[in-house]
Ligand binder design. Sequence first.
Ligand SMILES: [Zn+2]
Length: 220
Amino acid sequence: MNLVRRAIVCGSCGQSSEQIQTNSGGESGAPDLDTRPNGLVRSTIAFWMQRCPHCGYCAGDISSIHEQAADLIASEAYQKQLNDARFPAKACEFLAHALILDQVGQYADAGWTCLHAAWVCDDNGGNGQAAARGRAMEYWRKAKLAGEDFAEPELEHALATDLLRRMGRFEDALINCNQALDAEEPLPDLIEHLLRFEKTLIQRQDTGTYRLSDLPAFQS
Ligand SMILES: [Zn+2]
């Protein structure tokens, strides 16, 4: 992995700190059912979010901050989220960044950031993963109410189904899955295979992580 250490001046408090950036990419193979990449990219998640050690500002790049979020960093709600012991510390950084995105009205991205927090939880024994996925669902619901898509329309149901299943909310997952499968519009083949696989997993009450390459349609 290619790691670069750089001194960055925080856009929120103006103090400098050393941050690590990674520029590794390359082939990642088949992603998980919730789009999480595999291969080398998967292991770089610890470097997706920078955290200012002075004020606690968390972002992919802390050198600048949205003007509407400037007051949020010092707030009790933000600082509490940053130190929420129910989640791994790295997951807290993603969840805190989601509060910023929420504040500036970027609800779809706030949801994705919470899903990334859930991936960090998955990698650290699973504590907090269901709560993080629940928050992703809440932000995505907020996005839809605001007229914002969080993914390609056909993919949204499949994503919601996977998050609900991973949270152990099997009834809700099944409702979501069936709604998509029963829709009049024909589904793209991949989404149809994905939803049918999800249905099997829901019926087995399986909360595990699977890749697209696990789909029966892709097994030869
Ligand atoms: Zn700072």
